[in-house]
Design a binder for this molecule. Structure first.
Ligand SMILES: [Zn+2]
Length: 175
C-alpha cells in the first residue's frame, strides 16, 4: 500500500541516521584526515570500525574485556610503545589503561566517564533519528574541544616550565 509506505518513510530527504552516517563517512574519507584523530568524522560510530582497531589487543576469548566487548562499549585501541593496553572511548575520549582480564568494558566506561552520552545510549547508533544523531554529534564535539584545550594547556605549562628554568639559569650565570 503506497500511502502507508509514504507515512512510514517520512518526508522526502530525511533518511535514518545510519543512511546519513554512510554519507558522512564518504565525505570524511575524501577529506583524508588521519584516521586516529579524535575528531576525524563519524567513522568510529560504527562497531566494525572500532573492532578493527583492536589488532594486537592482549586480551582474548577467556577474558571479559575481549576486543568485541571493548568495541561494543565504545572503545578504540590506542596503544603506545610502553603501554599496549590503552583504550579510548571514541566519543568522550576518556583513555583507560591497566586492564585486567575480568574487567567489564561497559562498567569501566560508565564508572570512569559517567557523563559520556554514548555509553548511556538506549538505542544503537543505527536506530537513531537524524535529529538525535546531530544532538549526539554536538555533544561529542564538546568532548573534542575540551580535550584539545586541555592538551594545549599542558603543552603551554610544559613550555613555561622550561622557559622559567632557562631564565633562572641565565640570571644565576649573570650574578
Ligand atoms: Zn565515552
Amino acid at each position: 500500500d503506497h500511502k502507508v509506505f509514504l507515512e512510514k518513510s517520512g518526508p522526502p530527504g530525511f533518511g535514518t541516521a545510519s543512511d546519513l552516517l554512510g554519507k558522512l563517512t564518504i565525505t570524511t574519507c575524501s577529506l583524508s584526515q588521519p584516521e586516529s584523530a579524535p575528531d576525524s568524522g563519524t567513522k568510529m560510530y560504527f562497531y566494525e570500525n572500532r573492532l578493527k582497531t583492536f589488532e594486537g589487543w592482549p586480551f582474548d576469548e577467556d577474558c571479559t574485556c575481549t576486543p568485541e566487548n571493548m568495541a561494543k562499549a565504545g572503545f578504540i585501541h590506542t596503544p603506545s610503545d610502553n603501554c599496549p593496553d590503552i583504550a579510548m572511548c571514541f566519543f568522550c575520549l576518556k583513555e583507560l589503561e591497566g586492564w585486567e582480564p575480568d574487567d567489564d568494558p561497559e562498567k569501566e566506561h560508565k564508572s570512569h566517564s559517567p557523563s559520556c552520552h554514548f555509553i548511556s545510549l538506549k538505542k544503537t547508533v543505527e536506530e537513531l533519528t537524524v535529529e538525535e544523531f546531530f544532538k549526539l554529534q554536538k555533544e561529542r564535539h564538546k568532548f573534542v574541544i575540551k580535550k584539545k584545550c586541555n592538551d594545549a594547556i599542558t603543552l603551554y605549562e610544559e613550555a613555561a616550565k622550561l622557559k622559567r628554568a632557562d631564565i633562572v639559569k641565565t640570571a644565576m650565570g649573570e650574578e
